[in-house]
Design a protein around this ligand. Structure first.
Ligand SMILES: Nc1ncnc2c1ncn2[C@@H]1O[C@H](COP(=O)(O)OP(=O)(O)O)[C@@H](O)[C@H]1O
Ligand SMILES: [Mg+2]
Length: 209
């Protein structure tokens, strides 16, 4: 089983969006996939409840109280985490994971919070010693906006590498409302949006290898 933790203390940066899309990408590839929802808001589990029966199946488990069990056949486990997670909790979940995905928004506040979080993350023993892979994802990017350029400069200044950029698109919340994701669509129009995810999917599979 390969475990991917989505984490960032900043609310609204895209953790649930990334957790649900990643889970659907795995499920549509025929992998037995489970989402563990640690967040009390249960957004991922709510999304699963609205998911059509015809869509690729994804199992949901509630880890709100504590780390729970996952079905033995699970090949990909995606952990969706809450905004306010202590560093101790973060450490516990990082220890369980093979890859940590950290979304970052193009906003000065988010950048500072995320950089501080990444610094904390890098100090954690499982990341430092066992070299857990950390993937930084620029999310809700608007083409040539000043904010996007500032985020790029910020990453260069901090010597951080982003794995990919996801654009700001209304399709994300629209699909989420219907229990769906980009990976449940097969049309050509949305194909470029799926391609944005390829570097992350490759990153995760390389960590698995
Ligand atoms: N790339 C994107 N384009 C458009 N809207 C997005 C994108 N990523 C996230 N959102 C929206 O931003 C809001 C917060 O995202 P969410 O994934 O719930 O963040 P978190 O789980 O970190 O709190 C949601 O309404 C979501 O649909
Ligand atoms: Mg969330």
């Amino acid at each position: 089983m390969l475990t991917v933790l989505i984490a960032n203390p900043k609310g609204g940066c895209g953790k649930t969006t990334i957790a649900t899309n990643l889970a659907a990408a795995f499920a549509n590839n025929g992998l037995v996939t489970t989402i563990a929802d640690v967040d009390n808001q249960k957004s991922s589990l709510g999304w699963l409840q609205t998911r059509p029966e015809t869509a690729a199946p994804i199992k949901g488990v509630d880890w709100g109280g504590d780390v729970g069990k996952v079905g033995k056949k699970t090949a990909r486990l995606v952990i969706d985490s809450p905004a306010a997670m202590s560093i101790k909790e973060t450490k516990d979940y990082v220890r369980l994971s093979d890859v940590v995905v950290v979304p970052i928004l193009p906003s000065a506040f988010d950048q500072r919070t995320t950089a501080a979080f990444l610094a904390e993350l890098n100090l954690l023993k499982p990341v430092r010693k066992e070299r857990k892979a950390v993937a930084l994802i620029r999310n809700r990017i608007r083409g040539r906006s000043r904010a996007a350029a500032r985020l790029d400069r910020f990453l260069i200044d901090k010597d951080l590498n982003g794995v990919t950029r996801l654009p700001d698109r209304a399709l994300y919340p629209e699909l989420a409302d219907r229990g769906l994701s980009l990976f449940d669509l097969k049309d050509q129009t949305s194909e470029p949006l799926r391609q944005d995810w390829w570097p992350l999917l490759r990153f995760i599979e390389n960590a698995a290898a």
